[in-house]
Design a protein. Structure first.
Ligand SMILES: Cc1ncc(COP(=O)(O)O)c(C=O)c1O
Length: 378
Protein backbone atom coordinates (compact mmCIF):
# COMPACT_ATOMS: atom_id res chain seq x y z
CA UNK A 1 0.00 0.00 0.00
CA UNK A 2 1.50 3.29 -1.10
CA UNK A 3 0.96 5.80 1.65
CA UNK A 4 3.02 8.40 -0.06
CA UNK A 5 0.64 11.39 0.02
CA UNK A 6 1.29 12.52 -3.58
CA UNK A 7 0.08 9.11 -4.77
CA UNK A 8 -3.38 9.97 -3.48
CA UNK A 9 -3.60 13.40 -4.99
CA UNK A 10 -4.45 12.67 -8.64
CA UNK A 11 -7.23 10.21 -7.77
CA UNK A 12 -8.67 12.50 -5.11
CA UNK A 13 -8.55 15.42 -7.50
CA UNK A 14 -10.53 13.51 -10.14
CA UNK A 15 -13.05 12.52 -7.45
CA UNK A 16 -13.28 16.09 -6.16
CA UNK A 17 -13.83 17.59 -9.62
CA UNK A 18 -16.35 14.91 -10.58
CA UNK A 19 -18.25 15.38 -7.33
CA UNK A 20 -18.44 19.12 -7.89
CA UNK A 21 -19.66 18.68 -11.48
CA UNK A 22 -22.31 16.26 -10.24
CA UNK A 23 -23.53 18.56 -7.48
CA UNK A 24 -23.40 21.78 -9.50
CA UNK A 25 -25.31 20.37 -12.46
CA UNK A 26 -27.78 18.30 -10.45
CA UNK A 27 -30.65 20.73 -10.89
CA UNK A 28 -30.27 20.79 -14.69
CA UNK A 29 -29.75 17.09 -15.32
CA UNK A 30 -32.51 14.53 -15.89
CA UNK A 31 -33.67 13.08 -12.57
CA UNK A 32 -34.24 9.45 -13.66
CA UNK A 33 -31.58 7.19 -15.10
CA UNK A 34 -31.01 7.80 -18.80
CA UNK A 35 -28.88 4.73 -19.44
CA UNK A 36 -30.49 1.31 -19.82
CA UNK A 37 -29.63 -1.77 -17.79
CA UNK A 38 -27.81 -3.33 -20.73
CA UNK A 39 -25.83 -0.15 -21.39
CA UNK A 40 -24.74 0.03 -17.76
CA UNK A 41 -23.86 -3.65 -17.71
CA UNK A 42 -21.85 -3.43 -20.88
CA UNK A 43 -19.93 -0.42 -19.58
CA UNK A 44 -19.32 -1.66 -16.05
CA UNK A 45 -18.94 -5.42 -16.56
CA UNK A 46 -15.44 -5.40 -17.93
CA UNK A 47 -13.22 -8.41 -17.54
CA UNK A 48 -11.10 -8.11 -14.41
CA UNK A 49 -7.76 -6.78 -15.61
CA UNK A 50 -4.58 -8.69 -14.92
CA UNK A 51 -2.62 -5.59 -14.02
CA UNK A 52 -3.55 -2.72 -11.80
CA UNK A 53 -4.50 0.68 -13.22
CA UNK A 54 -3.47 4.12 -12.10
CA UNK A 55 -5.75 5.26 -9.29
CA UNK A 56 -6.92 8.34 -11.20
CA UNK A 57 -7.74 6.17 -14.20
CA UNK A 58 -9.84 3.90 -11.99
CA UNK A 59 -11.82 6.88 -10.69
CA UNK A 60 -12.16 8.41 -14.16
CA UNK A 61 -13.45 5.08 -15.52
CA UNK A 62 -15.93 4.81 -12.70
CA UNK A 63 -17.32 8.28 -13.38
CA UNK A 64 -17.58 7.59 -17.11
CA UNK A 65 -19.09 4.12 -16.83
CA UNK A 66 -21.75 5.05 -14.30
CA UNK A 67 -22.97 8.04 -16.28
CA UNK A 68 -26.70 7.95 -16.92
CA UNK A 69 -27.20 5.50 -14.08
CA UNK A 70 -26.83 7.92 -11.17
CA UNK A 71 -30.34 8.99 -10.18
CA UNK A 72 -30.75 12.68 -9.27
CA UNK A 73 -32.18 11.78 -5.88
CA UNK A 74 -29.95 14.27 -4.09
CA UNK A 75 -31.58 17.17 -5.97
CA UNK A 76 -34.72 19.18 -5.35
CA UNK A 77 -36.73 17.66 -8.22
CA UNK A 78 -36.73 14.10 -6.94
CA UNK A 79 -40.15 13.20 -5.54
CA UNK A 80 -40.07 9.42 -5.43
CA UNK A 81 -38.97 7.78 -2.19
CA UNK A 82 -37.89 9.46 0.99
CA UNK A 83 -34.28 9.75 0.01
CA UNK A 84 -32.42 13.00 -0.10
CA UNK A 85 -29.12 14.71 -0.55
CA UNK A 86 -26.48 15.42 2.00
CA UNK A 87 -25.61 18.91 3.17
CA UNK A 88 -22.10 20.29 2.52
CA UNK A 89 -20.62 19.81 6.01
CA UNK A 90 -21.87 16.21 6.20
CA UNK A 91 -20.57 15.36 2.75
CA UNK A 92 -17.17 16.90 3.45
CA UNK A 93 -16.95 15.07 6.78
CA UNK A 94 -17.90 11.86 4.97
CA UNK A 95 -14.88 12.29 2.68
CA UNK A 96 -12.65 12.84 5.68
CA UNK A 97 -14.13 9.78 7.35
CA UNK A 98 -12.90 7.72 4.39
CA UNK A 99 -9.52 9.42 4.35
CA UNK A 100 -9.01 8.90 8.09
CA UNK A 101 -10.13 5.27 7.67
CA UNK A 102 -10.50 4.69 11.38
CA UNK A 103 -11.32 1.45 13.07
CA UNK A 104 -13.85 3.29 15.19
CA UNK A 105 -14.79 0.26 17.24
CA UNK A 106 -13.13 1.41 20.43
CA UNK A 107 -11.52 4.40 22.06
CA UNK A 108 -7.97 3.07 21.73
CA UNK A 109 -8.21 2.69 17.96
CA UNK A 110 -9.84 6.06 17.38
CA UNK A 111 -10.15 8.42 20.36
CA UNK A 112 -11.67 11.24 18.32
CA UNK A 113 -14.29 8.98 16.75
CA UNK A 114 -15.25 7.69 20.21
CA UNK A 115 -15.68 11.21 21.57
CA UNK A 116 -17.49 12.43 18.41
CA UNK A 117 -19.87 9.52 18.93
CA UNK A 118 -20.52 10.47 22.54
CA UNK A 119 -21.26 14.03 21.55
CA UNK A 120 -23.46 13.14 18.58
CA UNK A 121 -25.55 10.83 20.78
CA UNK A 122 -26.05 13.47 23.46
CA UNK A 123 -27.06 16.09 20.88
CA UNK A 124 -29.49 13.70 19.19
CA UNK A 125 -31.19 12.86 22.48
CA UNK A 126 -31.50 16.55 23.21
CA UNK A 127 -33.03 17.34 19.80
CA UNK A 128 -35.38 14.35 19.82
CA UNK A 129 -36.67 14.77 23.38
CA UNK A 130 -35.29 11.40 24.50
CA UNK A 131 -34.37 11.08 28.19
CA UNK A 132 -30.72 11.99 28.71
CA UNK A 133 -30.21 8.76 30.69
CA UNK A 134 -31.02 6.58 27.65
CA UNK A 135 -28.18 4.84 25.84
CA UNK A 136 -27.72 5.42 22.16
CA UNK A 137 -26.30 3.46 19.29
CA UNK A 138 -25.80 3.89 15.62
CA UNK A 139 -27.21 0.47 14.87
CA UNK A 140 -30.61 -0.93 15.65
CA UNK A 141 -30.97 -3.52 18.39
CA UNK A 142 -33.43 -2.75 21.16
CA UNK A 143 -34.97 -6.07 22.15
CA UNK A 144 -32.70 -7.82 24.59
CA UNK A 145 -33.85 -6.48 27.97
CA UNK A 146 -37.24 -8.16 27.63
CA UNK A 147 -35.90 -11.70 27.93
CA UNK A 148 -33.60 -10.82 30.81
CA UNK A 149 -36.68 -9.89 32.77
CA UNK A 150 -38.13 -13.32 32.08
CA UNK A 151 -35.06 -14.89 33.67
CA UNK A 152 -33.48 -15.77 30.35
CA UNK A 153 -29.86 -14.81 29.72
CA UNK A 154 -30.13 -13.96 26.05
CA UNK A 155 -26.50 -12.85 25.76
CA UNK A 156 -25.39 -16.31 26.85
CA UNK A 157 -28.12 -18.56 25.50
CA UNK A 158 -29.33 -16.75 22.42
CA UNK A 159 -32.92 -16.97 21.32
CA UNK A 160 -32.97 -20.77 20.83
CA UNK A 161 -35.15 -22.22 23.54
CA UNK A 162 -36.01 -18.76 24.92
CA UNK A 163 -39.56 -17.88 25.93
CA UNK A 164 -41.37 -16.87 22.73
CA UNK A 165 -41.51 -13.17 21.96
CA UNK A 166 -44.46 -11.60 20.23
CA UNK A 167 -44.62 -8.16 18.68
CA UNK A 168 -47.91 -6.30 18.86
CA UNK A 169 -47.68 -3.75 16.10
CA UNK A 170 -49.32 -0.48 15.32
CA UNK A 171 -49.10 0.90 11.79
CA UNK A 172 -45.75 -0.54 10.81
CA UNK A 173 -43.24 -0.13 8.04
CA UNK A 174 -42.04 -2.99 5.83
CA UNK A 175 -38.56 -2.85 7.33
CA UNK A 176 -39.95 -4.20 10.61
CA UNK A 177 -40.30 -7.67 9.09
CA UNK A 178 -36.67 -7.60 8.07
CA UNK A 179 -35.56 -6.60 11.56
CA UNK A 180 -37.74 -9.30 13.11
CA UNK A 181 -36.25 -11.93 10.79
CA UNK A 182 -32.75 -10.75 11.49
CA UNK A 183 -33.26 -10.89 15.24
CA UNK A 184 -34.52 -14.47 14.97
CA UNK A 185 -37.92 -13.63 16.42
CA UNK A 186 -39.70 -14.71 13.27
CA UNK A 187 -42.38 -12.92 11.26
CA UNK A 188 -45.08 -15.29 12.51
CA UNK A 189 -44.74 -13.65 15.92
CA UNK A 190 -45.76 -10.20 14.68
CA UNK A 191 -49.42 -9.41 15.32
CA UNK A 192 -50.89 -6.44 13.45
CA UNK A 193 -53.43 -4.85 15.75
CA UNK A 194 -56.63 -3.29 14.49
CA UNK A 195 -56.13 0.46 14.06
CA UNK A 196 -58.51 3.41 14.37
CA UNK A 197 -59.45 5.75 11.51
CA UNK A 198 -56.22 7.68 11.99
CA UNK A 199 -54.13 4.52 11.65
CA UNK A 200 -53.35 4.46 15.39
CA UNK A 201 -53.41 1.69 17.93
CA UNK A 202 -56.16 2.13 20.58
CA UNK A 203 -55.82 1.46 24.32
CA UNK A 204 -58.80 -0.91 24.20
CA UNK A 205 -57.43 -3.08 21.38
CA UNK A 206 -53.96 -3.13 22.94
CA UNK A 207 -55.33 -4.00 26.35
CA UNK A 208 -57.43 -6.85 24.92
CA UNK A 209 -54.41 -8.31 23.08
CA UNK A 210 -52.22 -8.09 26.18
CA UNK A 211 -54.86 -9.56 28.46
CA UNK A 212 -55.46 -12.48 26.08
CA UNK A 213 -51.88 -13.74 26.55
CA UNK A 214 -50.69 -12.31 29.87
CA UNK A 215 -47.57 -14.46 30.10
CA UNK A 216 -46.17 -13.77 26.63
CA UNK A 217 -43.00 -11.68 26.44
CA UNK A 218 -44.27 -8.77 24.39
CA UNK A 219 -42.84 -5.89 22.44
CA UNK A 220 -45.38 -3.19 21.63
CA UNK A 221 -44.28 -1.47 18.46
CA UNK A 222 -45.58 2.08 18.11
CA UNK A 223 -45.31 4.47 15.22
CA UNK A 224 -44.21 8.10 14.99
CA UNK A 225 -45.16 9.75 11.69
CA UNK A 226 -45.79 6.76 9.46
CA UNK A 227 -44.56 7.12 5.89
CA UNK A 228 -47.97 6.46 4.28
CA UNK A 229 -50.48 7.91 6.71
CA UNK A 230 -48.42 10.37 8.78
CA UNK A 231 -49.98 8.85 11.89
CA UNK A 232 -48.54 9.22 15.39
CA UNK A 233 -49.77 6.88 18.08
CA UNK A 234 -51.33 8.34 21.20
CA UNK A 235 -48.37 7.60 23.48
CA UNK A 236 -49.95 9.11 26.60
CA UNK A 237 -52.84 6.71 26.26
CA UNK A 238 -51.21 3.48 25.09
CA UNK A 239 -47.76 3.34 26.72
CA UNK A 240 -49.19 3.04 30.27
CA UNK A 241 -51.36 0.13 29.08
CA UNK A 242 -48.30 -1.66 27.67
CA UNK A 243 -46.28 -0.96 30.81
CA UNK A 244 -49.01 -2.28 33.09
CA UNK A 245 -48.60 -5.62 31.32
CA UNK A 246 -44.80 -5.59 31.53
CA UNK A 247 -44.29 -5.07 27.80
CA UNK A 248 -41.35 -3.41 26.15
CA UNK A 249 -42.41 -0.36 24.12
CA UNK A 250 -40.45 0.48 20.99
CA UNK A 251 -41.16 3.53 18.84
CA UNK A 252 -40.35 3.53 15.14
CA UNK A 253 -39.63 7.20 14.63
CA UNK A 254 -37.93 7.06 11.23
CA UNK A 255 -39.88 10.10 10.11
CA UNK A 256 -41.79 11.50 13.02
CA UNK A 257 -39.35 11.48 15.91
CA UNK A 258 -37.84 14.58 14.35
CA UNK A 259 -41.05 16.50 15.04
CA UNK A 260 -39.70 16.66 18.62
CA UNK A 261 -37.20 19.23 17.36
CA UNK A 262 -40.00 21.63 16.44
CA UNK A 263 -41.83 23.52 19.23
CA UNK A 264 -44.77 23.82 16.83
CA UNK A 265 -45.14 20.10 16.20
CA UNK A 266 -43.67 18.35 19.19
CA UNK A 267 -47.15 17.89 20.68
CA UNK A 268 -47.50 14.94 18.27
CA UNK A 269 -44.93 13.19 20.45
CA UNK A 270 -46.51 13.94 23.79
CA UNK A 271 -45.68 11.05 26.14
CA UNK A 272 -43.23 9.35 23.76
CA UNK A 273 -40.40 9.72 26.29
CA UNK A 274 -42.08 7.00 28.38
CA UNK A 275 -41.17 4.32 25.80
CA UNK A 276 -38.29 1.88 26.31
CA UNK A 277 -36.57 2.33 22.99
CA UNK A 278 -36.75 4.55 19.94
CA UNK A 279 -35.27 4.36 16.46
CA UNK A 280 -34.82 6.95 13.77
CA UNK A 281 -32.30 7.88 11.11
CA UNK A 282 -30.27 10.77 9.83
CA UNK A 283 -30.56 10.36 6.09
CA UNK A 284 -34.09 11.73 5.93
CA UNK A 285 -34.30 14.91 8.00
CA UNK A 286 -30.66 15.47 8.86
CA UNK A 287 -29.46 15.00 5.28
CA UNK A 288 -26.35 13.04 6.11
CA UNK A 289 -25.04 10.54 3.57
CA UNK A 290 -26.29 6.95 3.78
CA UNK A 291 -26.21 4.88 6.02
CA UNK A 292 -27.12 6.53 9.25
CA UNK A 293 -29.60 5.13 11.75
CA UNK A 294 -29.91 5.67 15.49
CA UNK A 295 -31.34 3.62 18.32
CA UNK A 296 -31.90 4.77 21.89
CA UNK A 297 -32.58 2.47 24.82
CA UNK A 298 -33.87 3.55 28.20
CA UNK A 299 -31.78 0.95 30.05
CA UNK A 300 -28.16 1.45 29.08
CA UNK A 301 -27.01 -1.61 31.03
CA UNK A 302 -29.23 -3.94 28.98
CA UNK A 303 -28.15 -2.32 25.75
CA UNK A 304 -24.51 -2.49 26.72
CA UNK A 305 -24.82 -6.15 27.77
CA UNK A 306 -26.26 -7.02 24.37
CA UNK A 307 -23.78 -5.09 22.27
CA UNK A 308 -20.43 -5.11 24.12
CA UNK A 309 -17.52 -6.86 22.50
CA UNK A 310 -16.54 -8.51 25.80
CA UNK A 311 -13.25 -9.31 27.51
CA UNK A 312 -11.56 -11.01 24.58
CA UNK A 313 -11.35 -7.73 22.74
CA UNK A 314 -10.26 -5.85 25.83
CA UNK A 315 -6.66 -6.88 25.58
CA UNK A 316 -6.87 -3.74 23.49
CA UNK A 317 -6.68 -0.80 25.82
CA UNK A 318 -10.13 0.45 26.79
CA UNK A 319 -10.46 3.95 28.09
CA UNK A 320 -11.85 3.84 31.63
CA UNK A 321 -14.46 6.44 30.74
CA UNK A 322 -15.66 4.82 27.54
CA UNK A 323 -15.32 1.19 28.62
CA UNK A 324 -15.30 -1.81 26.35
CA UNK A 325 -16.18 -1.34 22.70
CA UNK A 326 -19.83 -1.57 21.83
CA UNK A 327 -22.05 -0.36 19.05
CA UNK A 328 -19.37 1.66 17.37
CA UNK A 329 -19.02 2.58 13.76
CA UNK A 330 -17.27 4.93 11.47
CA UNK A 331 -19.73 7.68 10.66
CA UNK A 332 -19.73 9.62 13.93
CA UNK A 333 -17.47 12.47 12.92
CA UNK A 334 -19.69 13.18 9.94
CA UNK A 335 -22.81 13.06 12.04
CA UNK A 336 -21.30 15.41 14.56
CA UNK A 337 -20.24 17.71 11.72
CA UNK A 338 -23.74 17.65 10.30
CA UNK A 339 -25.37 18.45 13.62
CA UNK A 340 -22.85 21.18 14.22
CA UNK A 341 -23.34 22.75 10.78
CA UNK A 342 -27.05 22.69 11.29
CA UNK A 343 -27.17 23.93 14.86
CA UNK A 344 -30.19 23.68 17.13
CA UNK A 345 -32.09 26.63 15.68
CA UNK A 346 -31.69 25.56 12.09
CA UNK A 347 -32.73 22.02 12.95
CA UNK A 348 -35.85 23.36 14.64
CA UNK A 349 -36.62 25.72 11.74
CA UNK A 350 -35.97 23.07 9.17
CA UNK A 351 -38.17 20.38 10.68
CA UNK A 352 -40.92 22.87 11.56
CA UNK A 353 -40.88 24.47 8.10
CA UNK A 354 -41.04 21.17 6.27
CA UNK A 355 -43.86 19.87 8.43
CA UNK A 356 -45.80 23.09 7.95
CA UNK A 357 -45.32 22.86 4.18
CA UNK A 358 -46.55 19.30 4.17
CA UNK A 359 -49.68 20.30 6.09
CA UNK A 360 -50.39 23.22 3.78
CA UNK A 361 -49.88 21.12 0.67
CA UNK A 362 -52.30 18.51 1.99
CA UNK A 363 -49.59 15.87 2.18
CA UNK A 364 -50.50 15.48 5.84
CA UNK A 365 -54.05 14.61 4.80
CA UNK A 366 -53.29 11.85 2.35
CA UNK A 367 -55.89 9.09 2.46
CA UNK A 368 -54.95 5.95 4.31
CA UNK A 369 -53.83 3.05 2.15
CA UNK A 370 -56.64 0.54 1.66
CA UNK A 371 -56.69 -2.31 4.18
CA UNK A 372 -54.46 -5.17 3.11
CA UNK A 373 -52.30 -3.07 0.79
CA UNK A 374 -48.66 -4.10 0.84
CA UNK A 375 -46.38 -2.31 3.26
CA UNK A 376 -43.92 -0.17 1.42
CA UNK A 377 -40.24 0.28 1.78
CA UNK A 378 -38.64 3.72 1.92
C1 LIG B 1 -41.73 4.31 9.34
C2 LIG B 1 -40.40 3.85 8.82
N1 LIG B 1 -39.65 3.02 9.56
C3 LIG B 1 -38.44 2.58 9.13
C4 LIG B 1 -37.94 2.98 7.91
C5 LIG B 1 -36.60 2.46 7.47
O1 LIG B 1 -35.68 3.47 7.67
P1 LIG B 1 -34.22 3.39 7.03
O2 LIG B 1 -34.37 3.85 5.64
O3 LIG B 1 -33.43 4.33 7.87
O4 LIG B 1 -33.78 1.98 7.15
C6 LIG B 1 -38.67 3.85 7.11
C7 LIG B 1 -38.17 4.29 5.81
O5 LIG B 1 -38.79 4.99 5.06
C8 LIG B 1 -39.93 4.29 7.57
O6 LIG B 1 -40.68 5.12 6.84
Amino acid sequence: MDHNAPAFKPALQVAFQSALVHLETLENQPVPATASLSELRSRLAKPLNDHGLDPQEVVRDLVRDTQGGIVGSAGGRFFAWAVGGSVPAALAADWLTSAWDQNAGLYASSPSAAVAEEVAGVWLKDLLGIPASASFAFVSGCQMALLQERGWDVERNGLCGAPPIRVLASNRHGSVERAIRLLGIGEANVVDLELDDNARITPAVLSAALTAAPDAATIVLLQAGDLNSGSFDDYRAVIPVAKRHGSWVHVDGAFGLWAAASPRYRHFLDGVAEADSWATDGHKWLNVPYDSGYAFVIRPEAHRAAMSAGPRLCHLRCHPATGPPWDSGNDRPLLRARENACGRNRAIGWVGGALAASHQSGAGALPRPPAGSPRRGP
